[in-house]
Design a binder for this molecule. Sequence first.
Ligand code: NAD
Length: 429
Amino acid sequence: MTDLFEGATGIIDEALTYASVSEDTVERLKHPQSALAVSIPVRMDDGSLRTFRGYRVRYNDARGPAKGGIRFHPDVTIEEVQTLAFWMTIKCAVVDIPYGGGKGGVTVQPKDLSMAELERLSRGFIDGIADAIGPDIDIPAPDVYTNAMIMGWMMDEYAIIKRAKTPAVITGKPLSLGGSLGRDTATADGGFFITQTLAPKILGDASGPRTAAVQGFGNAGMTMAELLHDAGWTVVAVSDSKGGIHAPEGLHIPSVAKVKRESRALRGVYCEGSVCETVDHKVITNEELLALDVDLLVPAALENAITEDNAADVKARMIVELANGPITPEADEALYQRGITVIPDVLANAGGVTVSYFEWVQNRQGYAWTAQQVRDRLQDRMVEQAMGVWERSGGGHNMSLRVTAYALALERIGAAVDATGHKETFQGR
Ligand code: NAD
């Protein structure tokens, strides 16, 4: 395994300086428990057969069944899936939900598939990994370029294989199939609750509206931009894979979101119809967005957006990592040295997995919560865990919030590992 995974696990050594954890725990966390690679033959609409590669990694399940999304993307590799599964292990521990970490992915450009081909691919992937998942084993969910509809197909396929309705096998499902209210916005909701809790501490008192830029205008980024806008932030720039738009006096996010939802493209949003007249804007690149002078930067696209090459250009005072791994370890260190506070992915985007956990609980209870119950419970947990990390880090002065979150997670995972016996137990001490 190369850089991504090594970079991701490299932080363990630093976090161990601040955490009291057994050797057994460290040893267990260096390696994934299982990594399954499958070939998925799919009948295409033109009659031909194409084979796709898919992966499911269960990184560690000391604290409970593994939990983690399924990504459909052309760049998916086993290394990426393994790294994401490691992050899920840490993330579930950071927000103290009773899960280990897993992740899945299929190497595919889903935009090139018809709806029927996408369904056959989704069902084929579940056929391949069915023995490795289950409500008490490993529970998938949506991730990049997968959504509730795909989770519905996957749950249905699992039910066909097992000849039993098993809604708790997968989360992020449509409401009609046992999904939870609030799941679709949960990642952004969680990031927003944490932002609202920590922004006054990090940025100090505001003399006017605070400014924000959001990279990635998908499930997580678009909702986060909407929440910030509704709460009075001035969102000056947003972007997607095709590029971004920038307006120093602020974008009218509800209009941008409406057009993006309808057209699925961000560039040009401001050049058609009424939105065009709302405010002047200019088209910017993703690189330019990351370098804007804003209070808050929200990377909400993919990994490695901020690297050692562009970290010095970042002018934001606070970064909330809604994406997984958007900042490389080298860049993270450079930002910390410059006093830029990063709220790490394992905390900032844990709202999604937290409401996934709520969905699993509701499925097992056979009882659906109201939207308000979900939101209140999410807010309570996010604020409590964010404050725990903030205080333990000494407001980011003693150590970064990332190292603090990892230290906390390692201790929680370590407690579960050690509860089943550790070195001293077997030495009879
Ligand atoms: P999504 O597919 O809905 O959206 C991704 C967005 O990023 C799209 O707008 C896409 O155009 C944009 N994008 C892709 N490449 C880009 C680039 N190079 N520059 C700028 N934008 C680019 O995915 P999502 O569910 O919003 O996930 C985004 C990130 O959040 C991922 O890192 C994912 O792992 C993480 N995340 C998502 C959830 C969730 O519940 N959806 C939970 C936790 C973490």
